[in-house]
Design a protein around this ligand. Structure first.
Ligand SMILES: [Zn+2]
Length: 202
Protein backbone atom coordinates (compact mmCIF):
# COMPACT_ATOMS: atom_id res chain seq x y z
CA UNK A 1 0.00 0.00 0.00
CA UNK A 2 1.38 3.45 -0.93
CA UNK A 3 2.27 5.69 1.96
CA UNK A 4 -0.38 8.28 1.15
CA UNK A 5 -3.02 5.57 0.87
CA UNK A 6 -1.79 4.08 4.12
CA UNK A 7 -2.01 7.51 5.74
CA UNK A 8 -5.57 7.99 4.49
CA UNK A 9 -6.46 4.58 5.85
CA UNK A 10 -5.10 5.48 9.30
CA UNK A 11 -6.91 8.79 9.14
CA UNK A 12 -10.15 7.04 8.32
CA UNK A 13 -9.68 4.65 11.20
CA UNK A 14 -8.84 7.50 13.52
CA UNK A 15 -11.96 9.36 12.53
CA UNK A 16 -14.03 6.28 13.18
CA UNK A 17 -12.63 5.91 16.65
CA UNK A 18 -14.72 8.83 17.74
CA UNK A 19 -14.61 9.48 21.42
CA UNK A 20 -16.86 11.47 23.64
CA UNK A 21 -16.96 12.36 27.29
CA UNK A 22 -19.71 12.08 29.86
CA UNK A 23 -19.32 13.40 33.37
CA UNK A 24 -21.06 10.50 35.03
CA UNK A 25 -23.15 7.72 33.64
CA UNK A 26 -25.73 8.03 36.36
CA UNK A 27 -26.24 11.74 35.73
CA UNK A 28 -26.79 11.17 32.04
CA UNK A 29 -28.98 8.15 32.75
CA UNK A 30 -31.22 10.15 35.03
CA UNK A 31 -31.51 12.99 32.53
CA UNK A 32 -32.27 10.95 29.47
CA UNK A 33 -33.54 7.76 31.07
CA UNK A 34 -31.83 5.77 28.38
CA UNK A 35 -28.72 3.71 28.18
CA UNK A 36 -26.00 6.27 28.66
CA UNK A 37 -23.15 4.79 26.71
CA UNK A 38 -22.80 2.68 23.63
CA UNK A 39 -19.77 1.30 21.90
CA UNK A 40 -20.89 1.19 18.30
CA UNK A 41 -19.35 -1.19 15.80
CA UNK A 42 -19.03 0.36 12.36
CA UNK A 43 -17.72 -1.12 9.11
CA UNK A 44 -14.14 -0.01 9.68
CA UNK A 45 -13.99 0.69 13.37
CA UNK A 46 -15.77 1.34 16.58
CA UNK A 47 -16.90 4.28 18.67
CA UNK A 48 -15.32 4.21 22.10
CA UNK A 49 -17.05 6.17 24.87
CA UNK A 50 -14.71 8.01 27.25
CA UNK A 51 -16.21 8.84 30.63
CA UNK A 52 -14.34 11.57 32.47
CA UNK A 53 -14.00 11.80 36.24
CA UNK A 54 -12.04 13.97 38.66
CA UNK A 55 -12.70 13.41 42.36
CA UNK A 56 -14.55 10.54 44.04
CA UNK A 57 -15.33 11.41 47.65
CA UNK A 58 -18.25 12.02 49.99
CA UNK A 59 -17.88 15.80 50.36
CA UNK A 60 -18.18 18.73 47.98
CA UNK A 61 -20.32 16.76 45.55
CA UNK A 62 -21.34 18.24 42.23
CA UNK A 63 -19.83 19.10 38.86
CA UNK A 64 -16.69 17.00 38.81
CA UNK A 65 -17.02 15.35 42.23
CA UNK A 66 -19.10 12.20 42.75
CA UNK A 67 -19.45 9.89 45.75
CA UNK A 68 -17.82 6.45 45.98
CA UNK A 69 -21.26 4.80 45.91
CA UNK A 70 -22.17 6.67 42.74
CA UNK A 71 -18.91 5.60 41.14
CA UNK A 72 -19.61 2.03 42.21
CA UNK A 73 -23.04 2.24 40.59
CA UNK A 74 -21.30 3.28 37.36
CA UNK A 75 -19.06 0.21 37.57
CA UNK A 76 -22.10 -2.00 38.26
CA UNK A 77 -23.90 -0.51 35.28
CA UNK A 78 -20.92 -1.16 33.01
CA UNK A 79 -20.54 -4.71 34.30
CA UNK A 80 -24.25 -5.52 34.01
CA UNK A 81 -24.24 -4.20 30.44
CA UNK A 82 -21.15 -6.16 29.41
CA UNK A 83 -18.80 -3.23 28.92
CA UNK A 84 -15.06 -3.79 29.02
CA UNK A 85 -12.81 -1.05 30.33
CA UNK A 86 -9.71 -0.47 28.23
CA UNK A 87 -6.60 1.71 28.42
CA UNK A 88 -5.29 4.37 26.04
CA UNK A 89 -2.46 1.97 25.13
CA UNK A 90 -5.05 -0.59 23.98
CA UNK A 91 -6.85 2.07 21.94
CA UNK A 92 -3.57 3.17 20.32
CA UNK A 93 -2.72 -0.47 19.57
CA UNK A 94 -6.11 -0.90 17.95
CA UNK A 95 -5.67 2.17 15.73
CA UNK A 96 -2.01 1.77 14.79
CA UNK A 97 -1.04 -1.86 15.35
CA UNK A 98 -4.15 -3.76 14.28
CA UNK A 99 -4.61 -5.25 17.76
CA UNK A 100 -8.11 -6.31 18.76
CA UNK A 101 -10.24 -4.60 21.37
CA UNK A 102 -12.67 -6.44 23.65
CA UNK A 103 -16.40 -6.22 22.96
CA UNK A 104 -18.08 -2.99 24.11
CA UNK A 105 -14.93 -1.09 25.02
CA UNK A 106 -15.14 1.97 27.28
CA UNK A 107 -12.49 4.23 28.82
CA UNK A 108 -12.80 5.58 32.35
CA UNK A 109 -10.51 8.62 32.39
CA UNK A 110 -9.51 10.33 35.63
CA UNK A 111 -8.03 13.82 35.49
CA UNK A 112 -5.44 15.29 37.84
CA UNK A 113 -4.46 12.29 40.00
CA UNK A 114 -6.19 13.13 43.26
CA UNK A 115 -5.60 11.09 46.41
CA UNK A 116 -9.29 10.14 46.29
CA UNK A 117 -8.47 8.00 43.25
CA UNK A 118 -6.12 5.93 45.38
CA UNK A 119 -8.36 5.86 48.46
CA UNK A 120 -11.83 5.50 46.94
CA UNK A 121 -11.45 4.26 43.36
CA UNK A 122 -8.56 1.80 43.36
CA UNK A 123 -10.23 -0.67 45.77
CA UNK A 124 -13.41 -0.71 43.67
CA UNK A 125 -11.36 -1.39 40.54
CA UNK A 126 -9.92 -4.45 42.27
CA UNK A 127 -13.38 -5.63 43.30
CA UNK A 128 -14.85 -5.20 39.83
CA UNK A 129 -11.64 -5.99 37.92
CA UNK A 130 -11.96 -2.83 35.86
CA UNK A 131 -9.38 -0.41 34.53
CA UNK A 132 -9.03 3.36 34.55
CA UNK A 133 -6.68 5.84 32.91
CA UNK A 134 -5.20 8.26 35.44
CA UNK A 135 -3.67 11.45 34.06
CA UNK A 136 -1.34 12.79 36.72
CA UNK A 137 0.24 16.24 37.09
CA UNK A 138 3.96 15.61 37.67
CA UNK A 139 4.50 18.66 39.86
CA UNK A 140 1.60 17.75 42.19
CA UNK A 141 2.85 14.17 42.58
CA UNK A 142 6.33 15.51 43.36
CA UNK A 143 4.97 17.91 45.98
CA UNK A 144 2.69 15.42 47.74
CA UNK A 145 5.45 12.79 47.72
CA UNK A 146 7.69 15.12 49.72
CA UNK A 147 5.25 16.05 52.49
CA UNK A 148 2.79 13.76 54.25
CA UNK A 149 -0.42 15.68 53.62
CA UNK A 150 -3.25 13.23 53.10
CA UNK A 151 -6.31 15.41 52.84
CA UNK A 152 -9.09 13.86 50.77
CA UNK A 153 -10.26 17.34 49.76
CA UNK A 154 -7.17 18.43 47.86
CA UNK A 155 -4.26 16.01 48.13
CA UNK A 156 -2.80 14.28 45.11
CA UNK A 157 -1.29 10.80 44.89
CA UNK A 158 2.38 10.13 45.70
CA UNK A 159 4.92 8.34 43.50
CA UNK A 160 4.62 5.23 45.73
CA UNK A 161 0.87 5.16 45.15
CA UNK A 162 1.38 5.75 41.43
CA UNK A 163 3.79 2.78 41.30
CA UNK A 164 1.45 0.50 43.27
CA UNK A 165 -1.57 1.32 41.10
CA UNK A 166 0.39 1.01 37.88
CA UNK A 167 1.79 -2.37 38.86
CA UNK A 168 -1.72 -3.65 39.58
CA UNK A 169 -2.45 -3.43 35.85
CA UNK A 170 -5.76 -1.72 36.68
CA UNK A 171 -4.55 1.88 36.45
CA UNK A 172 -2.80 3.21 33.38
CA UNK A 173 -0.79 6.39 34.03
CA UNK A 174 -1.01 9.16 31.48
CA UNK A 175 0.42 12.65 31.33
CA UNK A 176 -1.47 15.75 32.46
CA UNK A 177 1.64 17.96 32.04
CA UNK A 178 4.39 18.49 34.62
CA UNK A 179 3.52 21.97 35.80
CA UNK A 180 1.23 23.57 33.27
CA UNK A 181 -2.06 22.61 34.89
CA UNK A 182 -2.22 25.67 37.06
CA UNK A 183 -0.33 28.85 36.33
CA UNK A 184 -1.40 31.49 38.74
CA UNK A 185 -3.46 34.35 37.26
CA UNK A 186 -2.76 33.15 33.71
CA UNK A 187 -4.53 29.89 33.29
CA UNK A 188 -6.11 26.99 35.14
CA UNK A 189 -6.07 23.68 33.30
CA UNK A 190 -7.25 24.36 29.77
CA UNK A 191 -8.96 27.60 30.81
CA UNK A 192 -7.02 30.70 29.90
CA UNK A 193 -7.97 33.90 31.72
CA UNK A 194 -9.62 36.58 29.58
CA UNK A 195 -7.54 39.33 28.01
CA UNK A 196 -4.23 37.67 28.73
CA UNK A 197 -1.75 36.87 26.04
CA UNK A 198 1.00 34.52 26.98
CA UNK A 199 4.37 34.96 25.32
CA UNK A 200 6.50 31.90 25.87
CA UNK A 201 10.25 32.40 25.89
CA UNK A 202 12.23 29.33 24.99
ZN1 LIG B 1 -7.05 18.78 35.00
Amino acid sequence: MGSSKKYRCYLKKLLLVITYSLLSISIIKSIYKINAVSSVQTVDGIIVPIIMYHQVKDSGLGNDVISPSEFESDLKYLKDNNYNTITMAQLIDYVYNKKDLPQNPVILAFDDGYLSTYLNVYQLLKEYNMKIVLSIIGKSVDEFSKVKDENIEYSHVTWDEVKEMQESGLVEMQNHSYGLHKISKIRYGCGQMANITIIWKI
